[in-house]
Design a binder for this molecule. Structure first.
Ligand SMILES: *Cc1c(COP(=O)(O)O)cnc(C)c1O
Length: 409
């Protein structure tokens, strides 16, 4: 088979323009380093948006994928399979949950969660109890239901009419929540740290009050841990950090370490509402995906990896503070574990993408979270030398952007 040479320019010819990828094409990766078509090396602080929790081509994941590739790829849900059963057992053993539903992405995990919340209320109270409370700036995926629950209008615009019965309240605002919740509320949906919305952590007091109000009004608490889960905050799931247990938790991104897989976790109390035939997904619980996820979970859910997360965070924060002492560019450095946000000073609001492009040119991959915040979601096992080297490159990039000024083309 001959392979034609492809370049970034081809993207604009043959791909739907819903993405605008950076001007290089990565071809291989190892650990927290990536190489492009010209063999240029990059330090990876992006981690595939909190997906590559063990970096690139981790030997345990490669071995699990290869082993399963020679055994069994797919069956559909007319049969169960060993990797899915093992993974479900490990997830329920490691969390509050008793039951698991598998799917292939975060959006699908949330779709299942929101449908379960509605169905549970329908089964146990009645159809009038269908209202969902969510928060402004939240992000829950790109399906029509998940953009509707999500608190960012720009993702809904033009796609109306969208599903109704959804209210968006300011995050971390206990009074607004008290005023809005009622016995018609079937669920409150929140990210323990808002990711896409700008790396905004929930106040512990707020999270506890959300739980209390859910109990008072017989509403389910849904934690969207698609970004915060699987070790990202130094705990397997961030609900442990908050000391608040949800009724439903969604997880994806890092769950497969780069192989597409998602899951909705819930309790014996709620699970019966997704009875036989009520919901499904052809690929959900696919043996290849679950074999890789099992290997990822085995590595990540260990004291060494989880404890390392906050040690590495400390190095990131130290380096970002050093950059800030020199360039006075950040007004806040926040987040939890290796979900790190650095908000630009007001003069630079709206310009985060400039830093991302400059960082790439300097040889380090970062992310943004909205127009004002630089975001880093690196591998949970990124070596200290890679952090320091990447930060030196980031500093060069920041110096260059500042020199050109906020209005430079
Ligand atoms: C990324 C993300 C999603 C969507 O996941 P997909 O796999 O892109 O569907 C949902 N919720 C949160 C919090 C996310 O960060």
């Amino acid at each position: 088979m001959t392979q034609e040479k492809v370049t970034r320019a081809l993207f604009d010819d043959v791909m739907v323009p819903n993405y605008n990828p950076q001007q290089f094409v990565p071809v291989r990766g190892q650990g927290s380093r990536v190489w492009d078509q010209d063999d240029r090396e990059y330090i990876d602080f992006a981690g595939g948006i909190a997906v590559n929790a063990l970096g690139h081509t981790h030997p345990a994941l490669v071995a699990a994928l290869k082993e399963q590739a020679d055994k069994l790829w797919h069956l559909s849900n007319t049969c169960t399979n060993e990797p899915a059963l093992r993974l479900a057992k490990k997830l329920t053993d490691a969390t509050f949950a008793d039951k698991v539903f598998f799917c292939s992405s975060g959006g699908e995990a949330n779709e299942a969660a929101f449908k379960l919340a509605r169905k549970y209320a329908y089964d146990n109270t009645g159809p009038e109890k269908h209202e969902i409370i969510s928060f402004t700036q939240s992000f829950h995926g790109r399906t029509l239901f998940t953009v509707s629950v999500g608190g960012q209008k720009k993702y809904r615009e033009g796609f109306e009419p969208v599903p109704g019965g959804i209210t968006h309240l300011p995050y971390n605002d206990i009074d607004a929540l008290k005023a809005a919740i009622s016995d018609r509320t079937c669920a409150i949906v929140m990210e323990p740290i808002q990711g896409e919305g700008g790396i905004i952590p929930a106040d512990i007091e707020f999270a506890k009050e959300v739980r209390r109000l859910c109990d008072e009004h017989d509403a389910l608490l849904v934690f969207d841990e698609v970004q915060t889960g699987v070790g990202r905050t130094g705990h397997l799931y961030a609900y442990e950090t908050l000391g608040v247990t949800p009724d439903i938790l969604t997880t994806a991104k890092a769950l497969g370490g780069g192989f597409p897989v998602g899951a909705m976790l819930t309790t014996d109390k709620c699970a019966p509402s997704l009875g036989f035939g009520t919901h499904g997904s052809t690929y959900g619980g696919n043996p290849l995906a679950c074999a890789v996820a099992e290997a990822a979970l085995d590595v990540i859910n260990t004291p060494e990896v989880l404890a390392g997360v906050n040690d590495k965070r400390a190095i990131f924060v130290e380096e970002l503070e050093k950059i800030n002492a020199k360039h006075n560019i950040f007004r806040d450095i926040r987040g939890g574990g290796l979900l790190i946000g650095a908000e630009l000073i007001e003069e630079w609001h709206g310009k985060a993408a400039k830093f991302l492009a400059a960082a790439r040119e300097a040889g380090v991959m970062i992310l943004v979270a909205g127009p004002n915040v630089l975001r880093m979601t690196p591998s949970l096992i990124i070596p200290e030398t890679d952090i320091r080297e990447g930060m030196a490159k980031l500093e060069q990039a920041i110096a260059r952007v500042i020199e050109a000024g906020p209005d430079a083309e």
